[in-house]
Design a protein around this ligand. Structure first.
Ligand SMILES: CC(C)(COP(=O)(O)OP(=O)(O)OC[C@H]1O[C@@H](n2cnc3c(N)ncnc32)[C@H](O)[C@@H]1OP(=O)(O)O)[C@@H](O)C(=O)NCCC(=O)NCCS
Length: 162
């Protein structure tokens, strides 16, 4: 298993992975993915020995025009703080619980050390139990909750990485 930079040739597989995980992440179109990658500080994929996509993740720095409600919440709340916003992470169902998320986060958090915080959100109503367990285990703590336009609620989680 390795982690490398996401390339344009990965986008179709990344989209498919995202659209298969809509209980945990927001929907994406090819255009939206392109836009987010354009803002991203880190856009990474994890692949297995045969090159199959096992997972991907995207982080954004503060100060981009990204229109996500959750990202804008961090921009407003953490005005004076420097954060890396983890927009989304998805591990392919057949690769879950095999350390792929851990591998991706080890890379993301290490590379985000120039910033103070890693910041993200996880659904709590209804709860995304695997993601909550994963992030709790990595030391993320809740700093707020936010209603979503889809009627769900997220917990805003941060971890000091700097
Ligand atoms: C959340 C997610 C990224 C975790 O990725 P993963 O590769 O399965 O995680 P790892 O194998 O590295 O797990 C590390 C630890 O997290 C915890 N964990 C992960 N999945 C868990 C689950 N389903 N139930 C309980 N604990 C879990 C465990 O402590 C695990 O360690 P262990 O397997 O040694 O017990 C993955 O479940 C996923 O892609 N979910 C769908 C998309 C999503 O919800 N993304 C997050 C949006 S906030």
């Amino acid at each position: 298993m390795l982690v490398r930079q996401m390339e344009a040739a990965d986008h179709d597989a990344v989209l498919a992975l995202n659209q298969g995980a809509l209980d945990g992440v927001g929907p994406l179109t090819a255009e939206k993915l392109q836009e987010i990658v354009g803002y991203a500080e880190q856009s990474v994929v994890s692949t297995d020995g045969e090159g199959a996509l096992a997972g991907f993740a995207l982080t954004l720095p503060p100060g981009t025009p990204y229109d996500s409600l959750n990202y804008r919440w961090y921009v407003d709340q953490y005005e004076a703080d420097d954060f890396a916003y983890l927009d989304r992470v998805v591990v392919a169902p057949e690769f879950r619980r095999r350390g792929v998320g851990t591998l991706l986060y080890n890379v993301l958090e290490e590379r985000a050390r120039a910033r103070e915080l890693m910041a993200l959100e996880v659904y709590v109503e209804p709860p995304n139990e695997p993601s909550l367990a994963f992030h709790r285990g990595r030391g993320y703590t809740e700093v707020g909750r936010l209603d979503q336009p889809n009627g769900k609620k997220v917990a805003m989680l941060v971890k000091r990485v700097g």
